[in-house]
Design a protein around this ligand. Sequence first.
Ligand code: AKG
Length: 394
Amino acid sequence: MSVQSNPYAPSPFDLVSNVDNFQLIESTLREGEQFANAFFSTEKKIEIAKALDDFGVDYIELTSPVASEQSRMDCEAICKLGLKAKILTHIRCHMDDAKVAVETGVDGVDVVIGTSQFLRQFSHGKDMNYISKSAVEVIEFVKSKGLEIRFSSEDSFRSDIVDLLNIYKTVSAIGVNRVGIADTVGCANPRQVYDLVRTLKAVVSCDIECHFHDDTGCAIGNAYSALEAGAKLIDVSVLGIGERNGITPLGGLMARMIVAAPEYVKSKYKLHKIRDIENLVAEAVEVNVPFNNPITGFCAFTHKAGIHAKAILANPSTYEILDPQDFGLKRYIHFANRLTGWNAIKSRVEQLNLHLTDDQIKDVTQKIKKIGDVRQLNIEDVDSIIKEFHSDLQ
Ligand code: AKG
């Protein structure tokens, strides 16, 4: 049984959806480097790039080679690995940056420039004419080198819509491979994303990429909405690490997308690698994987209340939209607490290969609940209570 579709919902745009045909631009080694705790040595970058490639991401985006001497050398080193994923680097809309980028060996260049009034006034100080001219110059240069090129407008959702559409039209007309919408400050909601992607689709002939910050918790929802509206590529990073509290997380997006497009997601990505990749990055940037992380949080597949446990034991789909086995993980029934029920305890008795009557199991359950009213229990407590009752039977 899957999510029920609403027969009354209007669906005029189904044909444009890329929910089952999307690509990932993995930006742990670019956006993720902007996370407060991040420092990646060359070796660590290589390890992460290889792990992401093995997982199946389509693109790996790297920090600009002009950020520092080591960043340039790391970029060159990763390009030489011969990964399946295409390697991109991320630059400002400057010819100086573009000239360095095309010499690194990357497959493509992601160029970005701020288009909102905030960024034009308080960051680079340039007007739309300048932005348009320099975008054309950089795009034509990168294309002349035979590389992929993406143009993105930083702070898209706070940019004037006419300015935005004009610049996107200009770059589309000269053959940019992708245009990017960037919710740089995390202000957009899924409805606004849907509208902007739909509007943009009508004026460009290239693919649309989207980048969502998570300041208001919308980064996964916005990514999904963008794909529904016809965007093709989503920027992600492992655990969502990035500037401030980051962007759409790789694992969280996989959770969303496996519900929507199970065959596509399962055939394209090695989902059982998510936990290892998250642990690798978490360790590198010295954070813990959040307890409520989609898929890999320690309680993501833990069921506690008696009524939940009962239904899960009968049919896991009753309370699980994600199957832990798809990610190489296991579900866990939390028996040791005062909310437990006798069905859960019965299953524990069976796991222990013991035999108690239903009445005894109910007595065990009552005892556990009584103790659970005064203190935390653990599984050893439960097992020893079960064994006590079992030995009384002998
Ligand atoms: C942002 O705007 O938050 C970025 O990190 C740049 C996004 C892009 O290049 O599309």
